[in-house]
Design a protein around this ligand. Structure first.
Ligand code: ADP
Ligand code: MG
Length: 240
Protein backbone atom coordinates (compact mmCIF):
# COMPACT_ATOMS: atom_id res chain seq x y z
CA UNK A 1 0.00 0.00 0.00
CA UNK A 2 2.90 2.31 0.85
CA UNK A 3 6.45 1.75 -0.21
CA UNK A 4 9.40 4.04 0.33
CA UNK A 5 12.81 3.40 -1.21
CA UNK A 6 16.02 5.19 -0.21
CA UNK A 7 14.18 8.33 0.80
CA UNK A 8 16.39 11.31 1.66
CA UNK A 9 15.35 14.70 2.91
CA UNK A 10 17.38 17.66 4.17
CA UNK A 11 16.42 21.05 5.53
CA UNK A 12 19.38 23.16 4.48
CA UNK A 13 22.44 21.46 5.94
CA UNK A 14 20.37 19.29 8.25
CA UNK A 15 20.05 15.78 6.81
CA UNK A 16 16.77 14.69 8.42
CA UNK A 17 15.90 11.45 6.57
CA UNK A 18 18.73 9.15 5.56
CA UNK A 19 18.11 6.31 3.11
CA UNK A 20 14.72 5.38 4.54
CA UNK A 21 13.22 2.12 3.25
CA UNK A 22 9.72 1.27 4.45
CA UNK A 23 6.96 -1.01 3.26
CA UNK A 24 3.42 -0.96 4.61
CA UNK A 25 1.22 -3.72 3.29
CA UNK A 26 -2.52 -3.56 2.81
CA UNK A 27 -4.37 -3.73 6.16
CA UNK A 28 -1.11 -3.48 8.11
CA UNK A 29 -0.45 -1.16 11.07
CA UNK A 30 3.09 0.20 11.32
CA UNK A 31 4.09 2.19 14.40
CA UNK A 32 7.01 4.61 14.16
CA UNK A 33 8.81 5.21 17.43
CA UNK A 34 11.89 7.22 18.33
CA UNK A 35 13.09 10.26 20.22
CA UNK A 36 11.99 13.77 19.36
CA UNK A 37 13.88 15.09 16.36
CA UNK A 38 14.57 11.68 14.84
CA UNK A 39 12.58 12.50 11.69
CA UNK A 40 9.27 10.72 12.30
CA UNK A 41 7.04 13.68 11.42
CA UNK A 42 9.10 14.55 8.38
CA UNK A 43 8.74 10.98 7.12
CA UNK A 44 4.94 11.12 7.51
CA UNK A 45 4.84 14.52 5.83
CA UNK A 46 6.81 13.13 2.88
CA UNK A 47 4.29 10.28 2.61
CA UNK A 48 1.51 12.87 2.35
CA UNK A 49 3.59 15.10 0.05
CA UNK A 50 3.40 17.97 2.52
CA UNK A 51 7.20 17.89 2.28
CA UNK A 52 9.03 17.32 -0.97
CA UNK A 53 11.67 14.63 -0.70
CA UNK A 54 15.17 15.27 -2.05
CA UNK A 55 15.61 11.78 -3.47
CA UNK A 56 14.12 8.32 -3.31
CA UNK A 57 10.88 6.77 -4.47
CA UNK A 58 7.42 6.71 -2.93
CA UNK A 59 4.69 4.32 -4.04
CA UNK A 60 1.09 4.77 -2.86
CA UNK A 61 -1.33 1.96 -3.64
CA UNK A 62 1.23 0.38 -5.95
CA UNK A 63 1.62 3.54 -7.97
CA UNK A 64 4.91 5.42 -8.09
CA UNK A 65 4.13 9.04 -7.24
CA UNK A 66 6.19 11.62 -9.10
CA UNK A 67 5.85 15.10 -7.65
CA UNK A 68 6.43 16.67 -11.05
CA UNK A 69 3.70 14.86 -12.94
CA UNK A 70 1.11 13.78 -10.37
CA UNK A 71 -1.71 15.94 -9.07
CA UNK A 72 -0.60 15.92 -5.44
CA UNK A 73 -3.99 17.10 -4.20
CA UNK A 74 -5.47 14.02 -5.82
CA UNK A 75 -2.79 11.79 -4.25
CA UNK A 76 -3.41 13.39 -0.84
CA UNK A 77 -7.06 12.37 -0.96
CA UNK A 78 -5.78 8.76 -0.82
CA UNK A 79 -3.59 9.42 2.22
CA UNK A 80 -5.51 10.58 5.29
CA UNK A 81 -3.63 12.36 8.03
CA UNK A 82 -4.38 13.12 11.66
CA UNK A 83 -2.03 15.48 13.49
CA UNK A 84 -1.25 16.15 17.12
CA UNK A 85 -3.07 19.48 16.89
CA UNK A 86 -5.78 19.02 14.33
CA UNK A 87 -7.62 22.17 13.37
CA UNK A 88 -11.30 21.63 12.86
CA UNK A 89 -13.15 24.55 11.30
CA UNK A 90 -14.51 26.35 14.39
CA UNK A 91 -17.43 28.01 12.58
CA UNK A 92 -18.76 24.69 11.22
CA UNK A 93 -20.63 21.99 13.11
CA UNK A 94 -19.09 18.56 13.50
CA UNK A 95 -20.98 17.12 10.54
CA UNK A 96 -20.20 20.15 8.35
CA UNK A 97 -16.51 19.66 9.16
CA UNK A 98 -16.71 16.06 8.00
CA UNK A 99 -18.55 16.67 4.72
CA UNK A 100 -16.47 19.72 3.73
CA UNK A 101 -13.72 17.90 1.81
CA UNK A 102 -15.88 15.13 0.29
CA UNK A 103 -18.30 17.74 -1.07
CA UNK A 104 -15.82 20.41 -2.17
CA UNK A 105 -12.77 18.37 -3.14
CA UNK A 106 -14.30 15.07 -4.24
CA UNK A 107 -17.56 16.63 -5.49
CA UNK A 108 -19.68 14.00 -3.79
CA UNK A 109 -23.40 14.90 -3.64
CA UNK A 110 -24.19 16.55 -0.32
CA UNK A 111 -26.90 14.02 0.66
CA UNK A 112 -24.52 11.13 0.15
CA UNK A 113 -21.66 12.86 1.99
CA UNK A 114 -24.04 13.59 4.86
CA UNK A 115 -25.14 9.95 5.12
CA UNK A 116 -21.55 8.74 5.05
CA UNK A 117 -20.58 11.32 7.67
CA UNK A 118 -23.32 10.05 9.97
CA UNK A 119 -21.95 6.52 9.64
CA UNK A 120 -18.44 7.77 10.41
CA UNK A 121 -19.67 9.64 13.48
CA UNK A 122 -21.27 6.42 14.69
CA UNK A 123 -18.00 4.61 14.09
CA UNK A 124 -16.04 7.08 16.25
CA UNK A 125 -18.79 7.09 18.89
CA UNK A 126 -20.00 10.65 18.39
CA UNK A 127 -23.44 10.28 16.84
CA UNK A 128 -24.87 12.68 19.40
CA UNK A 129 -22.45 15.47 18.42
CA UNK A 130 -23.53 15.96 14.81
CA UNK A 131 -24.74 19.55 15.16
CA UNK A 132 -22.32 20.64 17.88
CA UNK A 133 -19.55 23.17 17.20
CA UNK A 134 -15.93 22.04 17.86
CA UNK A 135 -15.54 24.57 20.68
CA UNK A 136 -18.00 22.50 22.72
CA UNK A 137 -16.00 19.27 22.39
CA UNK A 138 -13.29 17.81 24.59
CA UNK A 139 -9.84 17.26 23.07
CA UNK A 140 -10.51 13.55 22.72
CA UNK A 141 -13.81 14.19 20.95
CA UNK A 142 -12.17 16.72 18.62
CA UNK A 143 -9.52 14.19 17.73
CA UNK A 144 -12.18 11.57 17.00
CA UNK A 145 -13.94 14.06 14.71
CA UNK A 146 -10.56 14.65 13.04
CA UNK A 147 -10.28 10.90 12.44
CA UNK A 148 -13.82 10.79 10.99
CA UNK A 149 -13.00 13.78 8.82
CA UNK A 150 -9.91 12.08 7.39
CA UNK A 151 -11.85 8.84 6.84
CA UNK A 152 -14.54 10.71 4.92
CA UNK A 153 -12.17 10.94 1.96
CA UNK A 154 -12.00 7.11 1.90
CA UNK A 155 -8.21 7.06 2.00
CA UNK A 156 -6.13 3.99 1.14
CA UNK A 157 -3.94 4.64 4.16
CA UNK A 158 -4.20 6.72 7.32
CA UNK A 159 -1.20 8.50 8.83
CA UNK A 160 -1.30 9.52 12.49
CA UNK A 161 1.30 11.88 13.95
CA UNK A 162 1.21 11.60 17.74
CA UNK A 163 -2.58 11.91 17.79
CA UNK A 164 -2.78 11.64 21.58
CA UNK A 165 0.29 13.62 22.66
CA UNK A 166 -1.59 16.87 23.23
CA UNK A 167 -4.48 15.28 25.14
CA UNK A 168 -5.14 15.20 28.84
CA UNK A 169 -4.26 11.70 30.09
CA UNK A 170 -7.87 10.72 30.76
CA UNK A 171 -8.77 11.39 27.09
CA UNK A 172 -5.98 9.34 25.51
CA UNK A 173 -7.79 6.01 25.86
CA UNK A 174 -10.86 6.93 23.82
CA UNK A 175 -8.72 8.04 20.87
CA UNK A 176 -6.49 4.96 21.03
CA UNK A 177 -9.61 2.78 21.22
CA UNK A 178 -10.98 4.44 18.07
CA UNK A 179 -7.68 3.84 16.28
CA UNK A 180 -7.59 0.24 17.43
CA UNK A 181 -11.10 -0.31 16.09
CA UNK A 182 -10.03 1.14 12.77
CA UNK A 183 -7.03 -1.19 12.70
CA UNK A 184 -9.22 -4.20 13.42
CA UNK A 185 -11.50 -3.19 10.53
CA UNK A 186 -8.47 -3.50 8.26
CA UNK A 187 -7.42 0.09 7.71
CA UNK A 188 -3.81 0.44 6.61
CA UNK A 189 -2.16 2.75 9.12
CA UNK A 190 1.17 4.39 9.89
CA UNK A 191 1.19 5.70 13.45
CA UNK A 192 3.85 7.86 15.09
CA UNK A 193 3.31 7.34 18.79
CA UNK A 194 4.83 7.39 22.24
CA UNK A 195 2.11 5.01 23.41
CA UNK A 196 4.19 1.84 23.61
CA UNK A 197 1.22 -0.14 24.90
CA UNK A 198 -0.71 0.71 21.75
CA UNK A 199 2.27 -0.17 19.56
CA UNK A 200 2.74 -3.48 21.32
CA UNK A 201 -0.92 -4.39 21.10
CA UNK A 202 -2.00 -3.06 17.71
CA UNK A 203 1.05 -2.78 15.46
CA UNK A 204 1.99 -5.50 13.02
CA UNK A 205 5.40 -3.89 12.64
CA UNK A 206 7.30 -1.42 14.78
CA UNK A 207 9.97 0.83 13.32
CA UNK A 208 12.52 2.52 15.56
CA UNK A 209 14.07 5.69 14.14
CA UNK A 210 17.12 7.50 15.43
CA UNK A 211 18.80 10.51 13.86
CA UNK A 212 17.04 10.15 10.51
CA UNK A 213 17.66 6.45 10.08
CA UNK A 214 15.67 3.32 10.67
CA UNK A 215 17.80 1.59 13.28
CA UNK A 216 15.65 -1.49 13.76
CA UNK A 217 12.24 -2.77 12.74
CA UNK A 218 10.26 -5.86 13.55
CA UNK A 219 7.08 -7.31 14.97
CA UNK A 220 6.26 -5.76 18.37
CA UNK A 221 6.93 -8.95 20.35
CA UNK A 222 10.40 -9.15 18.92
CA UNK A 223 11.29 -5.45 18.97
CA UNK A 224 10.07 -4.76 22.49
CA UNK A 225 11.24 -8.01 24.09
CA UNK A 226 14.52 -8.70 22.36
CA UNK A 227 15.82 -5.76 20.32
CA UNK A 228 19.11 -6.48 18.63
CA UNK A 229 20.53 -2.94 18.47
CA UNK A 230 21.95 -1.23 21.54
CA UNK A 231 20.35 2.07 20.53
CA UNK A 232 16.93 0.45 20.45
CA UNK A 233 17.52 -1.05 23.90
CA UNK A 234 18.59 2.34 25.28
CA UNK A 235 15.53 4.04 23.80
CA UNK A 236 13.14 1.40 25.13
CA UNK A 237 14.79 1.59 28.55
CA UNK A 238 14.18 5.33 28.56
CA UNK A 239 10.47 5.11 27.70
CA UNK A 240 9.23 1.82 29.18
P1 ADP B 1 10.25 14.02 15.04
O1 ADP B 1 8.87 14.05 14.49
O2 ADP B 1 10.83 12.64 15.12
O3 ADP B 1 10.35 14.72 16.37
P2 ADP B 1 10.87 15.84 12.92
O4 ADP B 1 10.66 15.13 11.65
O5 ADP B 1 9.83 16.79 13.34
O6 ADP B 1 11.22 14.80 14.06
O7 ADP B 1 12.21 16.68 12.83
C1 ADP B 1 13.45 16.10 12.44
C2 ADP B 1 14.48 17.19 12.38
O8 ADP B 1 14.18 18.08 11.31
C3 ADP B 1 14.57 18.07 13.62
O9 ADP B 1 15.91 18.39 13.84
C4 ADP B 1 13.76 19.29 13.23
O10 ADP B 1 14.21 20.40 13.94
C5 ADP B 1 14.06 19.40 11.76
N1 ADP B 1 12.97 20.01 10.98
C6 ADP B 1 11.72 19.55 10.86
N2 ADP B 1 10.98 20.34 10.05
C7 ADP B 1 11.80 21.33 9.65
C8 ADP B 1 11.65 22.46 8.78
N3 ADP B 1 10.49 22.70 8.16
N4 ADP B 1 12.71 23.26 8.62
C9 ADP B 1 13.89 23.00 9.22
N5 ADP B 1 14.11 21.95 10.04
C10 ADP B 1 13.08 21.12 10.24
MG1 MG C 1 7.13 14.73 15.31
Amino acid sequence: MVKVETLNKSFGNLHVLKDIDLTVKDREVVCLIGASGSGKSTLLRCLNFLEVKDSGTIFIGGEKVEEATHDLNQVRTRVGMVFQHFQLFPHMTVIENIIEAPVHVKKIPKDQAYQEAKELLAKVGLSDKETVYPGKLSGGQKQRVAIARALAMKPDVMLFDEPTSALDPELVGEVLATMKKLALEGMTMVVVTHEMGFAREVADWVVYMHDGRIVEAGPPDKLFSSPTEQRTKDFLDSVL
